[in-house]
Each structure stands twice: as C-alpha cells, then as structure tokens.
Design a protein around this ligand. Structure first.
Ligand code: ADP
Length: 199
C-alpha cells in the first residue's frame, strides 16, 4: 500500500505557522526511572512556557497509554512501538508549531535514537532526569516499586527490566541535588535560542 501513498503539497508550512506563533517549536523529551520527577518537571516547564505566551502540549503515560496506545504492553517490542507512535505524534505537533513536552521512562537507547531520527536532531532535546533508583523507590509515588518487588509487576524498569542511561543527554538533572525551580531554570536557559524565531 505504501507505494500508493503520495504526499500532497500543502500551501501552509511550518515556517508560516511559526511566524504566526512568534516562537520556534521542538520536542522536549524527558527520560528517567518511574518517580524520578519527569512529569513534575515537565509540568513546571510547561507552566513557565505558557506564562511566556508559548503554545505547548504535554504527552505523558496517562494521555497516551490510555488512548492511542491502549493496545500495547510493557514488553520490549511494545515499548518500542509505544515510543515510535509517541514520536510520530510529537513530530506532527512540532510541525504544527507547538513546543511539545513528553515524559516517558523510555529505557532503551535504540528507541530514543529512533525518536531523534523521526524528529531530526535540531528538533529534539533530551532531558535525562537522573534521580538515583534508591530515591525513586523511597518516593514510590504510585506504589509501583513495592508491587514490582513483590513480583506483582513484571517488566518494571529498574527492578526487573533494564534502564539504559543516556550517554550524552542535552540536559541532565538529579532531583536529589536541585529543586524543581532550578531544573526549570536550567531547561529554559538551554532552550532560549530554540524558542527565538530569529534563530
Ligand atoms: P515520573 O514522572 O518520573 O514518574 P513524578 O514527577 O510523577 O515522576 O514523581 C516525582 C516525585 O518526586 C513527585 O512526587 C515530586 O514531588 C517529587 N520530587 C521531590 N523533589 C523533586 C525535584 N527536585 N524535582 C522533581 N520532583 C521532585
């Protein structure tokens, strides 16, 4: 079927959408263990961006796993497909002119590499929320570590499934060392140039 899918040349492009909005668009991808602080920081970054009049959208486990990807499990193949679909949706959102934030464990280097390929390196900012597992487990925000230790969840990252740490993330945050406000300031400073339409 693919060979019969011929793209149409639409007259409105990303540059035109960008000039209406007055800011650049790209994807902020938060990776890290469950409970590391991805959603908390992504939420605070989004709030700071909206306060600046920037158009944003957050993709996270709740709005994606329960809808678009509700047919996927946590097996390695399904995790790969989960990330691929999220990256394709994020790509459309970035094309639409939104600063898109995505908070997913995304434990595999190959899958994160794939996101970067789908978006293009210029449109992808990788944020590694590198909170030690002991702290994530102590927080156990959703009670999932306790369940995983009790053998009630299989394929739980950090307990009985691997997390491949990013080798060269754009931003790295250890939430045992910095506050949410400090993390937001670091991220906003990093993306300042990308937000600017003159770049
Ligand atoms: P994730 O999205 O990575 O699963 P969450 O953001 O849901 O993690 O949970 C992280 C928890 O850690 C929250 O309860 C948050 O209040 C707490 N926390 C404590 N200190 C920090 C910090 N400096 N940055 C982010 N979260 C923090």
């Amino acid at each position: 079927m693919q060979e019969n899918v011929i793209p149409h040349n639409f007259s409105v492009d990303r540059e035109m959408r960008k000039s209406i909005k007055g800011h650049g668009s790209f994807l902020l991808w938060f990776t890290g263990l469950s409970g590391s602080g991805k959603s908390t920081i992504a939420n605070a970054v989004e709030k700071a961006l909206v306060d600046k009049g920037i158009h944003t959208y957050i993709l996270d486990g709740d709005n994606v796993r329960k809808g678009l990807n509700n047919n996927l499990t946590f097996s390695p193949e399904d995790r790969k497909e989960n990330i691929r679909r999220i990256a394709e949706v994020a790509n459309l959102m970035v094309d639409a002119g939104l600063v898109t934030l995505a908070a997913f464990v995304s434990p595999y280097e190959k899958d994160r590499e794939n996101i970067k390929n789908i978006l293009g390196a210029d449109n992808y900012v990788e944020i590694f929320v590198n909170t030690p597992i002991e702290e994530c487990e102590r927080r156990d925000v959703k009670g999932l570590y306790a369940k995983a230790r009790a053998g009630e969840i299989k394929d739980f990252t950090g307990v009985n499934a691997p997390y491949e740490a990013p080798q060269s993330p754009d931003v790295e945050i250890d939430t045992t060392k910095v506050t949410v406000e400090e993390s937001v300031a670091t991220i906003i400073a990093y993306i300042e140039n990308k937000l600017n339409t003159d770049e």
